[in-house]
Design a protein around this ligand. Structure first.
Ligand SMILES: [Zn+2]
Length: 166
């Protein structure tokens, strides 16, 4: 028997999508799912409960105007990484890696990775040029697409260069 002095919440309906009472749906992170759940399960209530989502989007659009929203990912046309072996002296080769920044990769970050991966000297020698002490062209062909998935084998060009005999 219910205690007559206690007022139980009347007809609190919990949303099947966000599990909160329906009146909180508009604060949930899944308003789209809430609305969908409501329309499917409680079509009568759906008409009376406002889940303020669509109008929110409209507000944003008005405020920002068309096309001034999130920055689009910029695709650079001439993105290409080049690898080149350069013989600096007898028995000493360096690998020049150019073009990483055209894929949004910081040469300094890449240089650190190369030097720790290959345990070798590695320095940023230009705006977009990394010089690795040693012949690591083959390793780079494997490592670069593996590390940065935006770069494929086809994006890496072997500029050649005859390595000294190791
Ligand atoms: Zn909900």
């Amino acid at each position: 028997m219910a205690d007559p002095d206690v007022k139980y919440p009347v007809n609190v309906t919990y949303c099947g999508a966000c599990t909160m009472p329906l009146e909180y749906c508009e604060y949930s992170n899944c308003k789209d799912m809430c609305r969908e759940w409501l329309e499917q399960n409680l079509p009568d209530l759906a008409a009376t409960v406002t889940i303020d989502d669509v109008s929110d989007e409209k507000k944003h659009q008005k405020r920002g105007g068309k096309g001034t929203g999130k920055p689009k990912k910029t695709v650079t046309m001439a993105s290409k990484v080049t690898l080149q072996i350069s013989a600096r002296s007898k028995n000493k080769n360096v690998t020049l890696v150019k073009g990483l920044s055209t894929f949004g990769i910081d040469p300094k970050v890449a240089g650190k990775l190369f030097s720790s991966r290959f345990a070798c000297g590695c320095s940023v020698t230009g705006a977009d040029e990394i010089t690795i002490q040693g012949d690591f062209k083959d390793d780079l062909f494997d490592l670069i697409p593996q590390k940065w998935t935006q770069i494929t084998d086809d994006d890496i060009e072997d500029l050649g260069g005859e390595p000294n005999k190791r």
